[in-house]
Design a protein. Structure first.
Length: 274
């Protein structure tokens, strides 16, 4: 059987022992080479075991118990005697004869033979459920992470839309400086909201170098607004939150050591006055 079972309930029917004939043989042949269906069959066995163990215990009837004890007694008598020659007394096996088990001991051993396999089934079912719970926990954590990421992106999109629509937002073009790598960019800035948006394309930085965007205020030292390493032919875009209320005199992109610097040290590649 190469195809998967078409009915999910077939796994439960197999575990119950009610699936017969070609359908049972087909599942047995298929799970040998299909890990997914083998897992489903194991889960079905676990479900059936849990249902069986959840049922209230039932004491066997007196008739069943009596027949069981008689059968155990006959089996014990047959296994203890050895064949003898005519005229000779019956011989034992040479080993010390064991005292016949009392009825309570036989009954206890019979129940042990039933409960030990049941306990093994319960252990397997517990392991399967634990594994499935771990998988569900990982899936839930991944879903939570995806939801949080989507919420963050949605929040950023709302903030960007608010900044673009605000009358306090200004757009500053950044022009290439003489002798510097080719490029052009523009910055959208809202001092009241403390938000900046950069869009630009510039030639890749030399080895061991990075570009760094600066907000140069009317008073005070330049403020870093992002370090980036462009890829040829791609536009860089990001949004940055800055302290609110800072009046900008100009924006500039400088060439700095890889990873950026606290203050500008390299040449200015792009400059735009606010």
């Amino acid at each position: 059987m190469n195809a998967h079972p078409t009915r999910e309930e077939d796994f439960d029917l197999y575990a119950l022992g009610t699936l017969e004939g070609d359908e049972r043989l087909a599942i047995e042949a298929h799970v040998i080479s299909c890990a997914d269906c083998a897992r489903k069959l194991a889960e079905a066995h676990g479900r059936i075991a849990l249902v069986a163990l959840a049922a209230p215990p039932t004491e066997p009837s007196a008739g069943v118990r009596q027949r069981l004890m008689q059968q155990v007694r006959l089996d014990a008598e047959r296994s203890s005697a050895l064949p003898v020659s005519p005229g000779e007394p019956a011989r034992t096996s040479g080993r010390p004869s064991r005292e016949p088990l009392r009825s309570g001991e036989r009954f206890g051993r019979w129940w042990a033979a039933v409960l030990v396999p049941a306990g093994a089934v319960l252990a397997v079912a517990t392991i399967l459920l634990w594994t499935e719970n771990r998988q569900l926990d990982r899936q839930l954590a991944a879903l939570r992470s995806a939801v949080e990421q989507q919420q963050q992106q949605l929040q950023e999109a709302r903030e960007a839309a608010d900044m673009i629509e605000s009358h306090d937002t200004v757009t500053i073009a950044l022009a290439q400086q003489p002798g510097m790598p080719a490029g052009a960019a523009h910055v959208m800035y809202n001092a009241k909201m403390g938000m900046l948006m950069y869009d630009g394309e510039i030639a890749p930085a030399p080895a061991a170098k990075s570009y760094q965007l600066w907000l140069v205020p009317e008073d005070g030292k330049p403020i870093s607004a992002g370090v980036f390493n462009p890829v040829g032919g791609r536009t860089d875009h990001w949004m940055m939150k800055l302290p609110q209320g800072i009046a900008a005199r100009e924006f500039a992109v400088s060439l700095e050591p890889a990873g950026g610097m606290p203050q500008p040290t390299g040449p200015m590649v792009l400059i735009g006055r606010a």
